[in-house]
Design a protein around this ligand. Structure first.
Ligand SMILES: *[C@@H]1O[C@H](CO)[C@@H](O)[C@H](O)[C@H]1NC(C)=O
Ligand SMILES: *[C@@H]1O[C@H](CO)[C@@H](O)[C@H](O)[C@H]1NC(C)=O
Length: 455
């Protein structure tokens, strides 16, 4: 590893960091940012709901395309899709990024004041780490391979470095804020304009002024950059009925009250989420999982032709209290992730392979359907708690998406399963009325096998 990198890794352990707050919970289905409004609020004022359309939740972000890493001194390029770029994210507490790393490139030590980050490696390998806050300032590091997942707890200083001399690396990251913010330590400290006095810095970093002057000369701000087939009868039926299902506003995960609280799954104590492991026993592997998110999943077993691999707090104990999780979703040709809702999470999704026809339905009284065809690299937001779906309209090719969810345990309520597959069944009296179909149709629906496509 380059000596400059090592030097910085040592320095970051000295920087003080403090606990910060998460995004507020949404108070309505969505509140699309009205960037033309003169009114100042926390985030953005909402556009009139009548003027909201599906493109407020969509961005042809080209997240499948390599970005240029040659211009950056650090050898990386972060393409962040936050509320400024995707107005529908306003109030929803999540964003997404693609990060490209040149050979030996790095995303230098930085913090996100308002977000936990969860990352998966798409190409190459990454040496990553984070440092706990005072007094311990313990560094946790790990080498990640393609498909691995890692968590960087909220507000903590962290970095990623591509150790390969000849190969680039690529990651997709999700952040638990509509506007996570980034404070690149070196830039903020040594590259500020005007510069921080070297008296202050030499004392803070316990190095002589010449070293500070050298560092200040090195650092310029690192740039942070910023299309359907006809659905099957079954799908159509579900889309029609889901508009009738009532829904209510739900709450987000609570904010963390310490750097991390790794789930202690052996504890008998029951709390909201999981009890914390003793921090002395916490190691980097509590934040790591060799999740193989690069590998295709089997979509043949599922009746709906999809397979959701969710990395939540049950699988990755470091996610406890951090309000985020990550999923890979595989779709068979004409497969779908059927209408469902996450009671505790907004979802942000990017298409890695193929095409998806996606949509969500607003709550009562409107129950308006917002739908869109997504291509590779596109990003879409499904607001918290709303019923939504993804469908692969291609009869020949599979599709793959990576999604992040703003809860350590988003939960999934597959509408058809909950309504028609409950045990014991909901009376067909109730259902025929609720769905305005005759009892024979309800009986037929209840007789189907409602398998779960989640792992
Ligand atoms: C990131 O990549 C894009 C597209 O390749 C390029 O336009 C932009 O200048 C790059 N940004 C940095 C900071 O290198
Ligand atoms: C999802 O794929 C995995 C691995 O291919 C397989 O073991 C699992 O049974 C599949 N699950 C479903 C619900 O199809």
């Amino acid at each position: 590893m380059a000596s400059k990198f090592f030097h910085l890794a040592v320095l970051i352990a000295l920087v003080a960091s403090q606990a910060m707050a998460s995004d507020p919970s949404p108070l309505q289905d969505f509140c699309v940012a009205d960037k033309n409004s003169p009114v100042r609020v926390n985030g953005f004022p909402c556009k009139d709901a009548k003027d909201v359309n599906v493109d407020d939740f969509f961005l042809a972000a080209n997240l499948d395309k390599p970005m240029d890493t040659t211009k950056s001194k650090a050898g990386s390029n972060v393409t962040l899709i936050n509320v400024m770029k995707l107005a529908g994210l306003n109030t929803l507490g999540i964003s997404m990024a693609r990060i490209d790393y040149a050979p030996n490139g790095q995303n230098p030590p930085h913090t996100h004041p308002r977000a936990t980050e969860i990352l998966t490696v798409l190409e190459g390998s990454l040496y990553v780490g984070f440092v706990t806050s005072n007094q311990e300032n313990k560094l946790f590091t790990k080498t990640l391979n393609k498909g691995d997942v890692f968590v960087f707890p909220q507000g903590l200083i962290h970095f990623q470095f591509n150790p390969s001399y000849d190969k680039p690396a690529v990651a997709i990251a999700a952040l638990s804020s509509q506007n996570p913010g980034a404070i690149t330590i070196a830039n903020a400290v040594f590259g500020s304009n005007p510069p921080i006095s070297d008296d202050v810095l030499s004392k803070a970093f316990q190095v002589d002024k010449k070293a500070v002057d050298w560092l200040q000369a090195q650092l310029h701000p690192v740039c942070v950059q910023e299309k359907m087939a006809s659905p099957s009868f079954y799908f159509l039926l579900l889309t029609a009925i889901l508009a009738l299902v009532s829904w209510q506003a739900l709450a987000s995960d609570p904010s963390p009250l310490q750097d991390f609280c790794v789930a202690d799954k052996d504890s008998k104590v029951l709390v909201n989420g999981f009890v914390c492991k003793d921090p002395k026993d916490v190691s980097v592997d509590d934040f790591f999982m060799a999740a193989k998110l690069d590998m295709p999943r089997d979509t043949k077993i599922s009746k709906v032709g999809s397979n959701v691999t969710l990395i939540n707090a049950m699988r990755l104990p470091g996610l406890n209290t951090l309000g985020i999780s990550l999923a890979r979703i595989d779709y068979a040709p004409l497969g779908e992730n059927p209408p469902h809702a996450h009671p505790r999470a907004t979802e942000i999704l990017t298409v890695q392979e193929g095409t998806l026809y996606v949509g969500f339905v607003t709550s009562n009284q409107d129950n308006k359907l917002f739908s869109k065809v997504l291509n590779k690299g596109d990003v879409f937001v499904f607001p918290e708690g709303l019923i939504h779906f993804q469908f692969n309209p291609n009869p020949y090719k599979p599709a793959v998406a990576i999604a992040a969810l703003s809860s350590q345990n988003p939960g999934a309520i597959t509408i058809a399963n909950a309504v028609f597959g409950s045990k014991p069944p909901i009376s067909d009296e109730v259902l025929s009325k609720a769905f305005q179909v005759d009892k024979k149709t309800v009986d037929w629906l209840q007789a189907q096998f409602w398998a779960d496509n989640h792992n």
